[in-house]
Unconditional design. Structure first.
Lengths: 255, 243
């Protein structure tokens, strides 16, 4: 794409700014900031990726993945502030998901062990895992609130914390996985996935682009399931103390 | 603390607070073994919190509680909660049928409740067997309270804590439940502690009474104390001056 063509794409930024000004939506400033940020961030990533790809050094690949996990953790942890040690639980989950998926991909020689494959796929895996973590934590914290009486009832009748929280946990895991499963049901019918579209625009064979997209879709199914289940089973014990009592709000140690 | 062998539950300087609010203030007293004790007092006196302490859902900030002569902390939490049964006024139900709710205490232990046993439990709380497969969302407040009592009995507790369980019941149902609880107490020697707002009920069914106000135990003794209170606050409470 030429610089002129890229500059002309700013028309798509001007339209919402004009609409916002005309309708007094007050979104001009945010739209401008978002545009400038996306230009700077993506250009920076572009140059960094070029450097990493050319260097071929695995240390840079690891560093990139660490940065992704750090940013994803920072973003998701706010949703789980009421869960003790949520930062490390998120870090542990993201690392496990990343190691598991890359382990399968590289171990079975599904993708080559090069930065061109590892970094974009890691980005999709960690990014998807972050969204799943946010969806799960959002639902789980609200389930805990709404089912507090039910949890206390089960404890009062001699149930364990795991039994008491079971319904909240399973409901939250299911609810967080539904968007991933549902979007896969309509994929190709309603929307063409971004990565596949990008490959086709770049001139790749559509069938090959589809094959690669399928790989990513299946990968994201595992990511979704492992993220929710792992985060859920690591989170619920911290809501109770050794006497199998629900922690009071004042007893919860936030990160 | 010196253990009282005749006490099912013994409190020694027990205090409890939540978010800087002191709910139970330095309570010392006993619920006598094998008796029916009624717990009376205005709203906000800390009665339900005291029950939650006894069932181990919460722990005191200071002081000691003994259950059947043993320190409450020496019990496994699940064992304590089966020994000290709790039926709350809210009568929380799990989504699903009456049978599912009745069976829950055994389901939690990996066991099943035979249908005949479930029917007998319903009969004990004056509900017909036709209620067994009914969805709990179709029950009235009173019927929920009955199912809640029956469910608590499944664990065969040694001590039974009942929190205003007859407040939503009609007169006939109230009498049925009073009769059932008195029978359980006499027949199985189960210690009963019963929170009630009804002083006539406290006098007619209770052997022993605690009067609590503002987190403190104001007076305790034989239920007849309600006819002849010594404490001025209790006198005013009996006259109905507090809500």
């Amino acid at each position: 794409m030429s610089i002129l063509a890229l500059s002309l794409s700013l028309i798509f930024v001007l339209i919402p700014i004009i609409l916002s000004k005309t309708l007094n939506l007050g979104l001009e400033k945010d739209t401008t900031i978002a545009t400038v940020r996306s230009i700077i961030q993506l250009l920076a990533v572009g140059y960094i990726l070029t450097f990493v790809f050319e260097s071929g050094n695995y240390l840079y690949i690891i560093l990139m993945v660490v940065l992704m996990i750090g940013a994803a953790t920072q973003n998701a942890r706010k949703k789980g502030a009421s869960i003790e040690g949520i930062t490390w639980k998120l870090v542990g989950t993201f690392i496990f998901v990343e190691v598991l998926t890359q382990g399968i991909l590289l171990g079975f020689h599904i993708t080559p062990p090069t930065a061109q494959y590892i970094i974009p796929i890691s980005g999709m895996v960690v990014g998807n895992s972050m969204v799943l973590a946010i969806l799960f934590l959002n639902r789980f914290t609200s389930e805990i609130e709404t089912r507090q009486d039910e949890t206390e009832l089960i404890l009062s009748l001699g149930g364990t914390p795991k039994q008491a929280i079971h319904t909240s946990l399973i409901t939250s895991i299911k609810a967080s996985m539904i968007p991933t499963i549902e979007s896969q049901k309509t994929i190709g019918l309603v929307q063409l996935p971004g990565m596949m579209s990008g490959q086709i625009i770049a001139g790749a064979d559509p069938v090959q682009a589809v094959q690669f997209q399928l790989l990513i879709l299946f990968l994201l199914l595992t990511t979704a399931a492992v993220t929710s289940v792992m985060l859920g089973f690591m989170s619920y014990p911290t809501l109770f103390n050794k006497k199998m009592q629900q922690l009071k709000r004042s007893e919860i140690k936030s990160d | 603390m010196t253990r009282n062998n005749k006490a099912a539950l013994q409190f020694n300087h027990v205090s409890y607070s939540d978010q800087d609010l002191t709910i139970i203030k330095n309570i010392t007293g006993v619920f006598p073994d094998g008796k029916i004790t009624t717990l009376v007092g205005p709203s906000g006196a800390g009665k339900t919190t005291l029950f939650r302490l006894c069932n181990g859902l919460i722990s005191p900030d200071s002081g000691e509680i003994a259950v059947n002569g043993k320190d409450i902390n020496s019990y496994e939490p699940t064992e304590l909660r089966r020994t000290v049964g709790l039926a709350l006024q809210s009568a929380t139900m799990l989504r699903g049928s009456v049978l599912k709710n009745l069976a829950m205490p055994l389901t939690l232990q990996g066991e099943k409740l035979p249908e005949d046993e479930a029917k007998r439990l319903l009969e004990d709380v004056s509900l017909g067997e036709e209620y067994l497969h009914r969805n709990v969302k179709d029950l009235s407040g009173g019927q929920r309270q009955k199912v809640s009592i029956a469910r608590t009995l499944v664990n065969k507790p040694k001590i039974l804590l009942l929190d205003e369980i007859t407040s939503s019941l009609d007169r006939v149902s109230k009498q049925d439940i009073e009769e059932l609880i008195t029978n359980i107490n006499k027949k199985y020697h189960v210690t009963i502690v019963w929170i009630t707002h009804n002083l006539d009920q406290a006098l007619s069914i209770g052997d022993y009474t605690w009067v609590m106000m503002n987190g403190e135990l104001i007076e305790s003794g034989d239920s007849s104390l309600l006819n002849n209170p010594q404490n001025d606050l209790v006198k005013r409470f009996v006259k109905g001056e507090f809500e």
